[in-house]
Write a protein that binds this ligand. Structure first.
Ligand code: NAP
Length: 247
């Protein structure tokens, strides 16, 4: 049943864990109704939606693999069916495999480009006709693009495309009063970053930025909230690096 709402509605892909979960909570706290997309973590996504509802907000947990065009379109429709419309789209779903280019498997390459790049493309294409006027689009890129870190070639490639989509799509939505921006975090303490790294390597990354710590999901959620909110309305077609000054 459609829940019409006077709140602005945000759809966050990959909202079940990590940065996406922090973004969903923060946007809910800022007064948005939130559609929380996930691929497999249904319990985490449902628990987050319940937490938002208990705090007086509106939320729905919606399963979809954004790399599949039909599921991406259906996700937009499901968010509209649950919450009435979509005003803010946050393309956050992503995966990382750290591997020198020579050792990157076809499967790893395909997974990163299918989810990070094609998933974002699928959601942008759906947003072109479905996002409400006066809307906001925020894509997650990565500061690895500026660092050119060995081991990150395919991941950086998948995110470089996202930055290209951001700049062009901002222009293609002329006349709709929609802004399209990207946020490019540095290392953030989530499963995606921590997996497969030794304590020493994590400490190394934590010491890289002049602020001498890892980013936390809330650091990134605050930047996304700025771009989604009234104060960010004149920022358009930009990539905002949120990384403690690492690059
Ligand atoms: P994370 O903790 O691993 O969470 C990834 C999220 O993406 C999960 O909610 C996961 O859903 C979802 N997801 C994965 N594949 C999906 C698919 N096919 N369809 C829909 N959802 C899917 O990652 P994170 O660190 O929060 O990263 C979030 C974003 O920030 C990514 O785009 C990442 O590239 C970017 N980023 C992260 C860092 C960092 O250091 N952490 C730095 C720069 C950029 P399930 O729970 O259902 O699996």
């Amino acid at each position: 049943m459609t829940q019409q709402t006077s709140r602005r509605v945000a759809l966050v892909t990959g909202g079940s864990r990590g940065i996406g979960a922090a973004i969903a909570l923060r946007l809910a706290r800022d007064g948005h109704a939130v559609a929380i997309n996930y691929a497999s973590s249904s319990a985490a996504a449902e628990a987050l939606a319940a937490q938002i509802r208990q705090a007086g907000g509106q939320a729905a947990a919606l399963r979809a693999d954004v790399s599949d065009p039909a599921q991406a379109n259906a996700l937009f429709e499901a968010a509209e069916a649950a919450l009435g419309r979509v005003d803010v789209l946050v393309n956050n779903a992503g995966v990382l495999h750290v591997q020198p280019l020579a050792q990157t498997s076809d499967e790893q390459y395909e997974q990163m480009f299918n989810i990070n790049t094609r998933g974002t493309f699928n959601m942008l294409r759906a947003a072109a006709t479905r996002l409400a006027d006066d809307g906001r689009v925020i894509n997650l890129s990565s500061t690895t693009i500026a660092l050119n870190l060995p081991g990150y070639a395919a991941y950086i490639g998948s995110k470089a495309a996202v930055e290209g989509f951001t700049r062009v799509f901002a222009k293609e939505l002329r006349g709709r009063r929609v802004t399209v921006n990207a946020v490019a975090p540095g290392p953030v303490a989530t499963e995606l970053f921590m997996t497969g790294k030794s304590a020493e390597l994590i400490e190394h990354y934590a010491r890289l930025p002049p602020l001498e710590r890892l980013g936390q999901p809330d650091d990134i959620a605050g930047v996304v909230a700025f771009l989604a909110g009234p104060d960010g309305g004149w920022v358009n077609g930009q990539v905002l690096r949120a990384n403690g000054g690492v690059a």
